[in-house]
Design a protein around this ligand. Structure first.
Ligand code: 4NP
Length: 171
């Protein structure tokens, strides 16, 4: 689709496997920084999972607690499954790991949307393997680790979008 320059919204989607740990956190943290910058009328944020097991559920309690400890609320979020239409609807789709990336691109059967889909951690200012580790089967430290990765990456990503779309920050 050709970009509609009369549409002021840039739509951003974060994707993981279950949509109950990593991508809901990315949605919550990124939205927090979007609001702080006064950009909520310019940037829309959502998340989804490539799997369907947790559809309709709120984010994992351990992830919610970790987010809350850092002043971020994940209230009101419910898991949904990534669907083909998301490739059209969103301007930027950020996968949490390489498997998520592959699963998303598998739905792009006409190879039309690959340019919108990237690994979220491409924007991590710290070196790593470009993947956000899945904390689901691990201990509490895994959730805090995910928070730290997502927090610094979300801030860098927002700066990049502000530059790309020439957005004006609230002072
Ligand atoms: P997420 O974590 O992809 O970060 O939401 C997971 C949540 C659930 C499962 C796997 C990963 N699961 O296998 O149910």
């Amino acid at each position: 689709m050709i970009r509609d320059f009369t549409d002021p919204m840039t739509r951003v989607l974060f994707v993981c496997l279950g949509n109950i740990c990593r991508s809901p956190l990315a949605e919550g943290v990124f939205r927090h920084y979007v609001r702080k910058a006064g950009l909520e009328d310019h940037i829309e944020v959502d998340s989804a999972g490539t799997g369907s097991w947790h559809v309709g559920e709120p984010p994992d309690r351990r992830m919610r607690r970790t987010a809350e400890a850092h002043g971020i609320s994940l209230d009101g979020q419910r898991a949904r499954q990534f669907e083909k239409e998301d490739l059209e609807r969103f301007d930027h789709i950020f996968a949490m790991d390489k498997e998520n990336l592959q699963d998303i691109l598998y739905l792009d059967d006409g190879d039309a949307y690959g340019h919108k889909v990237r690994l979220f951690r491409e924007f991590d200012p710290e070196p790593g393997d470009y993947q956000v580790p899945d904390p689901y089967y691990g201990g509490p430290q895994g959730f805090e680790n995910v928070f730290q990765i997502v927090d610094r990456t979300a801030r860098t990503l927002l700066h990049r979008l502000v530059e790309e779309y020439d957005l004006e920050l609230r002072q």
